[in-house]
Write a protein that binds this ligand. Structure first.
Ligand code: PGA
Length: 241
């Protein structure tokens, strides 16, 4: 299965800085799918620059309504109008800092799909949940609720253990594989489809990407910090190709 590498730039890069980084991302090898998710304010400019390149564009969030009085929110149409293909939904930072629930994630997934956006649904346990042996239960709840009444398998799941995000601590390939395998089983049961991407995220970098990507149920990566450095991101892409 062709691997999928996605850069999540989070709240980094002005539009001008984003344009510079995009220009450094040339020479993408074939045999790998690549997307970047810059902040909203840089999407239009990045869309122009990425025309005709193999790099797809994603957004970091979307709202669960079509339009209206939702100050500060972004509707799916506003994304598709720019040619955006992916949208990250339910990142742990959205869940913990902005109180997004599994139910809201589910509403966003359904509306995004109605607009032909491919949701990248993030799930992952906290350190406390892992220490209390609740990891698989939490993952199952997050995946199952996010997919309630979802029949379209055109989506991506990203497993991002919260304790590994931005901390430099990566899940070992074995720990990640165990969870990815459970997600794979949940997806097979729900959609009868074994081709859905399951990305690993959480301090993935050039030094650990190959071992993680070698696991049978890890089909790509959602990269935060390392996607902000062109050489590092390109190196991870090469390892996935
Ligand atoms: P990180 O972030 O690679 O900086 O740990 C990953 C993410 O939060 O998507």
């Amino acid at each position: 299965m062709t691997k999928l590498i996605v850069g999540n730039w989070k709240m980094n890069k002005t539009s001008t800085e984003a344009a510079q980084l995009v220009q450094e991302l040339s020479k993408i090898p074939s045999g790998v799918s690549v997307a970047i998710c810059p902040p909203f304010t840089a999407l239009d400019r990045c869309a122009q620059l990425l025309k005709g390149t193999p790099i797809a564009l994603g957004a970091q969030n979307v709202y669960c309504q079509e339009k209206g009085a939702f100050t500060g929110e972004i509707a799916p149409d506003m994304l598709t109008d720019l040619g955006i293909r992916y949208v990250i939904i339910g990142h742990s930072e959205r869940r913990s800092l902005f109180f997004e629930t599994d139910e809201l994630v589910n509403q966003k997934v359904k509306l995004a799909q109605q607009h032909q956006l491919i949701p990248i649904i993030c799930v992952g346990e906290s350190l406390e949940e892992r220490e209390q042996n609740q990891t698989l239960m939490v993952i199952e709840r997050q995946v199952t609720t996010a997919l309630k009444d979802v029949t379209n398998a055109n989506l991506v799941i990203a497993y991002e253990p919260i304790w590994a995000i931005g901390t430099g601590k990566t899940a070992t390939p074995e720990i990640a594989q165990e969870v990815h395998h459970v997600i794979r089983q949940l997806l097979s049961k729900h959609f009868n489809d074994n081709t859905i991407h399951i990305l690993y995220g959480g301090s993935m970098k050039p030094s650990n990407a190959a071992a993680l990507l070698a696991q049978p149920d890890i089909t790509g990566g959602l990269i935060g910090g390392a996607s902000l450095v062109a050489d590092d991101f390109l190196e991870i892409i090469r390892q996935a190709a």
